[in-house]
Design a protein around this ligand. Structure first.
Ligand code: UP5
Ligand code: MG
Length: 203
């Protein structure tokens, strides 16, 4: 995708930091297409005939990262489909705005995606403490049905986040592309900060 015609914002933050919640709100105000890498993987996991179902299930439960080829392909396909669907609907060709949520979570994915799919404009980083994230995930786990919303899996997700994803965040920090938002507060307080970051990207 041509970076001058498609805007990609990566949305990062630890498990339960509030990425999905904030993306859901940003979509309404900024006409984004929201693609959650985790959601795309969960759909692929359950797709009949998928050759990656078992692999994805194991990685998600263990909090490890699915091989990047799988995730990048899913994202690329979803971007192509969104552009096709939205062209003519306020998305004059090439004005596509994408929020890519929960990706890239490892350096190799970041480099590969930007080399082969599209360069990102900015990285929106939701930061808070493990204590806050744990509380939110356990609460959500009562009803989410997500196989990774249990203490065992959550601990593994935190470990992967520290070891693999923090270096990605530092990388974008050193490129001057990182916009950090404290996501410890209430949803609407966090949203004020997040939406002002996005306004700056488009102004
Ligand atoms: N909540 C949200 N904001 C709140 C606030 N301000 N105050 C109070 N409560 C708040 O929020 C989590 C919960 O907190 C919700 O109940 C919400 O109401 C509440 P949510 O917005 O869902 O947080 P989010 O950051 O999206 O948390 P999520 O659990 O989705 O984060 P993960 O990054 O862990 O999950 P993801 O789906 O991205 O990935 C899952 C797995 O997929 C990974 O562990 C990995 O195995 C795999 N994966 C890959 O392999 N590769 C990828 O590229 C991506 C994923
Ligand atoms: Mg999410």
């Amino acid at each position: 995708f041509d970076h001058s015609r498609v805007t990609v914002i990566f949305v990062l933050g630890g498990p339960g930091a509030g990425k999905g919640t904030q993306c859901g709100l940003l979509v309404k105000d900024f006409n984004f297409c929201h693609l959650s890498a985790g959601d795309l993987l969960r759909v692929e996991q359950n797709r009949e005939g998928s050759e990656y179902g078992d692999l994805i299930r194991t990685c998600i439960r263990e909090g490890t990262i699915v091989p990047m080829e799988v995730t990048i392909k899913l994202l690329e396909n979803a971007m192509t489909a969104a552009i096709k669907e939205k062209t003519g609907d306020g998305w004059a060709e090439g004005k596509g705005r994408f929020l890519i949520d929960g990706f890239p979570r490892k350096m190799d994915q970041a480099l590969k995606f930007e080399e082969t799919v599209c360069v990102s404009s900015c990285v929106l980083f939701f930061s808070t403490t493990e204590e806050v994230m744990l509380g939110r995930l356990l609460e959500r786990g009562k009803t989410s049905g997500r196989e990774d919303d249990n203490v065992e899996s959550i601990k593994k997700r935190f470990r992967t986040y520290k070891n693999d994803t923090m270096p990605v965040i530092e990388h974008y920090g050193s490129q001057g592309k990182l916009a950090e938002v404290d996501s410890s507060e209430d949803v609407d307080v966090v949203y004020k900060l997040a939406s002002s970051v996005v306004e700056d990207v488009f102004s």
